[in-house]
Design a protein. Sequence first.
Length: 132
Amino acid sequence: VLYQGDFEYGSDGWAPAGAGTVLELDAAEAFSGRRSLKARRETAGTELAVGKTMPGWYLDEHPWLRLAYKAPQGTSLGVRCQTSYNDWVTLGEEAPEGGAFALAGDGQWHQAALDVREAIRRVLPGVGELQG
């Protein structure tokens, strides 16, 4: 396991990745444990983005990303990864049938296991490490 976070004692390095995103610990809406990290828009119409730097994420050692998430009905979700070459790759955002993976925005809690190595290498075959 490269990283495991539960938000019991703080945001654990997660931060807004764009203007207009606000993060708060939420004790009323936890998947398991006592808290979750809730992201919300400060103003309508802004992008909602959250990030965490993860240097040393070697895809051959840690190919999977597992997470629990909850998003409002109709929300478009994706995972954006930064390679060791500073390229950004967005995975799963409104993934069509047969895409790398799809994340549901339906107001319910979900668990997802995403093969990030396979998805990244479909786009950039030579990438072996991610930064976040």
